[in-house]
Design a protein. Structure first.
Length: 705
């Protein structure tokens, strides 16, 4: 059936939906050569196609937003070239930019058709409009081809996303928590890999253009006058920006990177020492990892984590140092030794200084302190330095080296989190320590290499080494032994297991109104990042969990969907398009550092001032070890209505939490499920928390039939 014109043109309703605007903006920034390096606009367009397949966005509206965004991005690139090319290209040689050179070659061969083909060629896309401007293409002719090129770009990428959306819809329902965890890890790796590839491809071109702008700026009369007034400072800055020697621009960039990492490191230490929510967030994430435990993943994590223990590190380090010394690459060997030795000493000192105990859910028994993670630190210092050396020796390209370094650090750090051998802040802090020593190692290697070259010594070429060294097979042999040894260490890695936590002793609470005072239990729940979320406003007493579920079902409260890959993807898509699913998985909330395992949603939202679109009425329940005098189990719970945002660390709850508590009490009474009810005062600090919630300071104790 043919589509009518009002279906093919963007509807008025879509102009008010932020999702379309963001996707259109991403398309525009992707098409502009100065922003394409940092904005993965094409990925956003592909994701929009997935949303369209699932019915959350209108594919025809999306088509026009993406096409118009791409047109505007092309116009930006074209007019930047028209207005600035005279000054820029006085100082910028286009031949130094591979992407720009390819764009120029494509334009010379295809003319206006290059604006159609170039949009499908990744890093070349943003440079084709610039090449058209430099070649003197008339604005009117450019505009026609720019529009023609944007249409197939929008159609192809939306169709690609639509295709993958159909695949996800078919395999999603079979996904389990194991698949969810693996998919999350793979998604993070994919994004990291994508960004590394984009930066490697675009950054040289952008740096060349930036250098041209700076050189043009230096020729301006006011700048020349300033240089005349401050010749020493100008000469110092010029030396710091000299790309011809290591102590110039390379050393400046390394120093800036080191200073940036050092500032982040100091901030992370202060957060650990002074920010209670950071410590609470660590405990919450550790508890959540415990929920995701799986025998297969535990085995895989143990194999990966073994590449960070001293046996594997020693084998790899000895092989690397011996190989470099045999190849007469002393500066690189010194840099590697400095990075690893400094990292090991720093981690040992920091562990003694902070003296943080390991998480209680740790899978293996560890004999050292927790903060920072030595595995995370060595994964950056050692494997990052090896990747740098491989690139320096031209054994690997920059993309491959960077991806392998990221992969090693990410997997080793993730294994420590999954095995709960460390808290998240331990791993992040370890990464920062390792990054600082990686930069120091690179600086040592390059400085020594510069001195050696100044003294007249040049590193031997590969052919020369192969011809003159009778021991040319020694290095590969050592690496083979090191690799086999590391694999054997990983495959046989096993340590004493942490004994299971003793089950909590059942205790009786005879004074239910004094529950919090008698037990010392917290009177609030927290989000995963450790920030206060809401007060505990209900104490439910039932024979067991099944009896509680039957009572809630009678009050028209249904359990939310379990957290699977399919349910989370569906929830994210629904939220992104303003059509939230009431039974979508709830964001994790924690009471007493325990993640909520029982979450229910009101099937019939109560009427009142809180009834608004996009909100849902949730009940989070935690079983406890306490029983009442008749042996019935005590549950703590929080009833609230939440503005569910799947991309946030926590859901935005109504600060007036008493409303949903009273609504649930009324629903249970109406269903005939309440035997008695009485108030229980909350701890004073949890009754009302300024800026978070207001309540009457009590939780309602409900004894259910």
């Amino acid at each position: 059936m043919p589509h009518s014109l009002d279906q093919l043109l963007p509807s008025l309703q879509s102009l008010g939906a932020w999702s379309y605007w963001i996707i259109g903006l991403g398309s525009m920034l992707e098409a502009f050569f100065l922003t394409g390096v940092v904005v993965p606009g094409t990925l956003a367009v592909d994701a929009a196609g997935i949303l369209a397949q699932r019915g959350f966005l209108n594919v025809f509206d999306l088509f026009w937003f993406v096409a118009i965004g791409s047109i505007l991005g092309g116009e930006l690139g074209y007019w930047t070239g028209r207005w600035g090319s005279r000054r820029i290209f006085t100082h910028f040689d286009p031949g130094r930019s591979r992407a720009f050179r390819r764009a120029q070659d494509l334009f010379e061969r295809r003319g206006g058709l290059a604006l159609v083909l170039g949009r499908l060629l990744g890093p070349v896309a943003g440079f084709v409009p610039l090449a058209a401007a430099v070649a003197g293409m008339a604005p009117r002719r450019f505009r026609i081809w720019n529009v023609i090129g944007a249409l197939p770009y929008a159609a192809i990428h939306l169709s690609l996303g639509y295709f993958f959306g159909d695949i996800f819809a078919r395999i999603g329902p079979a996904a389990t928590r194991l698949a969810l965890f693996a998919a999350a890890a793979a998604a993070i790796l994919a994004v990291l890999a994508y960004m590394v590839v984009r930066i490697e491809r675009h950054l040289p071109s952008l740096l060349s253009v930036a250098a041209a702008y700076l050189e043009a700026l230096a020729q301006l009369a006011p700048v020349q006058a300033w240089r005349g007034r401050h010749p020493r400072l100008a000469a110092f800055l010029a030396r710091r920006l000299d790309r011809g020697q290591f102590l110039g621009l390379p050393a400046t960039l390394i120093a800036l990177a080191f200073g940036y990492v050092l500032l982040i490191y100091l901030g992370s230490v202060l957060d650990f020492l002074m920010a209670a929510p950071i410590v609470q967030a660590d405990k919450n994430i550790a508890a959540l990892m415990h929920v995701f435990r799986n025998p297969l993943l535990i085995r895989l994590a143990a194999i990966v984590t073994a590449f960070g223990i001293w046996q594997s590190v020693s084998l790899v380090l000895v092989a690397a140092l011996a190989t470099l010394l045999l190849a007469r690459r002393g500066p690189l060997a010194a840099g590697l030794a400095a990075a690893v030795a400094g990292n090991v000493v720093s981690v040992a000192v920091l562990k003694l200084a902070f003296h943080r105990t390991r998480p209680e859910f740790a899978y293996f028994v560890e004999g050292t302190n927790s903060f920072p993670s030595g595995h995370a630190a060595i994964s950056v210092a050692l494997y990052g330095m090896l990747a740098y050396i491989a690139w320096r020796l031209r054994l690997l390209g920059p993309i491959t080296a960077a991806l392998l370094a990221l992969l090693a650090a990410f997997l080793i750090g993730l294994s420590r989190l999954y095995l709960i051998e460390h808290y998240l802040s331990d791993v992040l802090n370890g990464y920062l320590v390792g990054a600082m020593w990686l930069l120091i190692g690179i600086s040592v290697a390059e400085w020594l290499q510069t001195r050696a070259e100044a003294a007249g010594a040049a590193p031997p070429g590969r052919a020369e080494r192969a011809a003159k060294s009778p021991r040319r097979w020694l290095a590969p042999g050592m690496w083979a032994l090191a690799l086999l040894g590391s694999l054997w260490v990983s495959a046989s890695y096993h340590k004493a297991l942490t004994p299971p936590l003793a089950p909590e002793k059942i205790a009786t609470v005879s004074d239910l109104p004094g529950f919090f005072a008698a037990t010392g239990a917290p009177g609030r729940i927290d989000s995963i990042d450790g920030s206060p979320l809401a007060p505990v406003n209900l104490i439910l007493v039932a024979r067991d969990r099944d009896a509680l579920q039957r009572a809630l079902a009678a009050a028209r409260y249904a359990p939310t969907e379990p957290a699977t890959l399919s349910s989370i993807l569906s929830a994210a898509m629904a939220e992104a398009t303003g059509k939230p699913d009431p039974r979508a998985p709830a964001m994790p909330a924690f009471w007493n550092s325990i993640p909520s395992a029982m979450t229910y949603v009101a099937q019939v939202p109560p009427a009142g001032p809180q009834a608004r679109a996009g909100l849902r009425h949730l009940l989070r329940v935690w079983p406890t070890r306490w029983r009442d005098a008749q042996g019935r189990q005590i549950f703590v719970a929080t009833a609230s209505f939440d503005d569910a945002q799947i991309w946030e660390a926590s859901e935005q709850m109504d600060p007036h939490t008493d409303r949903d508590r009273d609504a649930l009490v009324a629903a249970l009474r109406a269903a005939g499920q309440v035997e008695s009810a009485e108030p229980a005062p909350l701890p004073k600090a949890d009754g009302s928390l300024r800026g978070h919630w207001q309540s009457d300071g009590v939780a309602t104790v409900l004894i259910l039939r």
